[in-house]
Design a protein around this ligand. Structure first.
Ligand code: HEC
Ligand code: HEC
Length: 617
């Protein structure tokens, strides 16, 4: 079914003159080098009659219209930046597409003709558009501005911006249209005293009339939130995520010892999590669940599993049953294990492609975006019958470059013993999970905050104590000691290539790509001999590649000196220091007096300026 592309409708490009400058050259969440020629299907929607599938292709910066009867691409519409999400209006007449950039544009397209109707200016890396039930408002998550934009579609005005906590990544609406749910991607807590509190991301409930909010926490250890779906009866919301046993020493991966892969059930009238149900089987993990979707009749639940390239299917009544809670609710207290080995209620269907992303469903058909295969899996789940599989190609079969293959392998849980996790389980989008792990490479009893992969290869040595001389060594050690497997070296070579290709996402603190006035003053302090941050964190890498004693040793640590981390993208790598004790740069400077000489005093303005500069890197 692979077809020559039909000439693209370039309408949108013309309408973008104003936004184009802001969007070009900036990358969304998965900031690897743009991949020429790749499509990268990421989000899906299907028309109510089931005839047309709308596919947001991240790498091609396009939305494709696909006829489901013959699997042919009917139309491609170019976008100004990588689309991160799309939604069909309640009357199916319009398509809202979030295009990620520091100043994101949300494009509203005519669902029939592909014509651009509206372009709305959103925040940094807009994602997960959601229409109000009357189709008059649109909500989008601004992932890196930590808030949600509310638009009035009749006037095109921004009505409000609503705070979330850390990286709001997915939103969903209750069927009565009264409550918008927004889930954060990561926890925003200090992690050095994890036993004292709940380390978990939040779900925010927004009253769509008053725009008042309340929040609830996902379970302790939750991270890497990706998908959310509300049941058609409005009683439950499901959230897909990992549950990380980060307080135990990760000396084994089986039995779900390090990460388990789960869906949390939120009771909507009560606004609390009532169950967290594992997708894993006792000997077979379901590494890295992504999207989740209820069938329109509310009887089935579908989950795409990015790391094992599967579709997990369960009957809603089974998911909500006592049996599911007895057999599939992981206990993460001291011994992370699924209490019963009872037969799994999930049906896990192997899909033909790689790297599952967004879902759409109509009738008995479920569609899954296969990111690395540039195709869509169409699974026909006739009740009682065999699942019938069809692969819809969106273009020519992709030939994977080393970088692309490395990206796939980094997120591939099938490389792990029993498929429990991938590198991306602790390094989502090749960054951080916000947790501490007591990896054994520097001995037990001294947990370290997870490091980002950005600039890792350019800033040897690796790890907070520099126990790995290079990132290349750390990558190979990661397979052996964390995934408990030994893939061929060519796989590690590809991962090296992918990690080296990562580029920083422009900081949300920049103003039109440059330092704000405040940050500019901060830079002067940073570079001054009086404050002198530059001595250990010199540009352009913002590290001198050396270890220093900066007074951060705790009773758990066996050394005084820690490797100086790069400060590039420090705005997204909280909590800070090797043990994750500070959630903000301000705390690091005020409570920690980090890098300051004993008698040095910074006034409030100076602290504001220095913080602003570090957050702008
Ligand atoms: C269980 C969570 C976890 C998993 C899974 C994991 N890592 Fe890590 N990784 C960490 C933590 C925590 C650190 C920081 C450790 C330290 O500072 O001592 C780290 C550090 C690294 C570093 C060094 C970064 C630097 O600049 O110092 C590299 C490279 C790395 N990991 C690669 C990988 C690869 C490749 C995989 C998959 C094979 C992987 N990791 C899987 C938790 C994990
Ligand atoms: C003497 C060398 C030195 C100086 C001077 C110094 N730093 Fe650091 N910096 C370090 C080291 C070493 C660490 C890691 C310490 C740890 O993890 O316990 C660090 C960590 C940090 C971190 C945390 C990064 C992360 O990802 O956890 C930030 C932010 C930071 N420094 C900013 C600054 C600023 C701002 C200044 C100037 C006020 C400064 N540093 C001065 C050596 C230095």
């Amino acid at each position: 079914m692979r077809k020559t592309p039909i000439p693209a409708a370039r309408v949108v490009r013309l309408l973008f003159v104003g936004l184009l400058g802001a969007c070009v050259g900036s990358r969304g969440a998965s900031a690897a080098d743009p991949a020429p020629g790749y499509l990268g299907p990421r989000s899906l929607a299907v028309s109510p009659d089931g005839r047309t599938l709308y596919v947001a292709c991240e790498d091609a910066r396009q939305v494709a219209w696909v006829g489901t009867a013959d699997g042919k691409v009917i139309r491609r519409v170019d976008l100004p930046a990588e689309p991160t999400g799309l939604a069909l209006s309640p009357d199916a007449s319009r398509l809202a597409v979030t295009c990620a950039a520091p100043k994101s544009g949300v494009v509203v397209l005519d669902a029939d003709t592909g014509q651009s109707l509206q372009v709305l200016p959103a925040g940094h890396t807009a994602m997960s558009p959601v229409f109000s039930s009357d189709g008059k408002r649109l909500y989008v998550c601004n992932r890196f501005d930590n808030d949600v934009s509310v638009f009035d579609l009749t006037t095109g005005d921004l009505v409000a911006r609503i705070r979330a906590d850390r990286e709001p990544i997915v939103a969903a609406m209750t069927p009565d249209g009264r409550t918008l749910l927004v889930a954060d991607h990561l926890p925003n807590t200090r992690t050095d005293r994890a036993f004292e509190g709940n380390v978990s991301p939040r779900v925010t409930f927004v009253d769509t009339q008053s725009l008042q909010t309340s929040t609830t926490a996902l379970p302790h250890g939750a991270n890497g939130i990706r998908g959310m779906s509300v049941s058609p009866d409005g009683q439950y919301a499901l959230v897909t995520h990992l549950l990380s046993n980060f307080e135990s020493v990760p000396f084994r991966v089986d039995t779900g010892w390090i990460n388990v892969n789960v869906v949390s059930v939120i009771d909507l009238p009560q606004r609390t999590v009532i169950a967290t149900i594992g997708l894993d089987e006792y000997y077979r993990g379901a590494g890295n669940p992504w999207d989740v979707l209820w069938s329109a009749d509310g009887t089935m639940v579908y989950i795409s599993v990015a790391g094992t390239h599967e579709l997990a299917v369960i009957r809603a009544e089974d998911l909500l049953s006592d049996q599911a809670r007895r057999t599939m609710q992981p206990m993460m207290v001291a011994w992370p294990i699924y209490p019963s080995l009872g037969a799994s209620l999930w049906r896990r269907i192997a899909l033909p492609g790689k790297g599952m992303r967004g879902l759409a469903a109509v009738g008995s058909k479920v569609y899954v975006a296969q990111y690395f295969s540039d195709s869509i899996a169409q699974v026909d789940l006739h009740p009682g019958g065999e699942a019938r599989m069809n692969e819809i190609a969106l273009g020519a079969a992709p030939v994977l470059t080393e970088v692309r293959r490395g990206h796939l392998l980094f997120e591939d849980a099938t490389l792990c013993y029993q498929h429990w996790q991938s590198c991306a389980s602790c390094h989502p989008d090749a960054r951080v999970d916000g947790l501490n792990w007591d990896l054994l490479n520097d001995g037990p009893g001294n947990p370290k905050n997870t490091k980002s992969m950005l600039l890792s290869h350019a800033t040897p040595p690796s790890m907070a104590l520099g126990v790995r001389a290079t990132a290349e060594i750390a990558v190979r050690a990661g397979f052996v000691h964390i995934l408990f497997s030994e893939p061929p070296d060519e796989d590690s070579v590809a991962i090296d290539a992918y990690l080296k290709s990562l580029r920083p996402v422009p900081s949300p603190y920049l103003v039109d790509g440059g330092l704000s006035e405040l940050a500019e003053r901060g830079r002067e302090l940073y570079d001054s001999d009086r404050i002198g941050c530059y001595r250990c964190h010199p540009a352009p890498l913002y590290t001198d590649l050396r270890a220093h004693n900066v007074g951060t040793r705790t009773p758990n640590d066996r050394l005084d000196r820690f490797d100086t981390p790069t400060l590039v993208e420090a705005w997204r790598t909280a909590p800070y220091l090797h043990d994750g004790r500070y959630t903000t740069i301000r705390q690091l400077l005020t409570e920690g007096r980090h890098g300051l000489r004993p008698n040095e005093k910074l006034n409030e303005d100076e602290i504001d300026a220095l913080v602003e500069f570090v957050l702008s890197l």
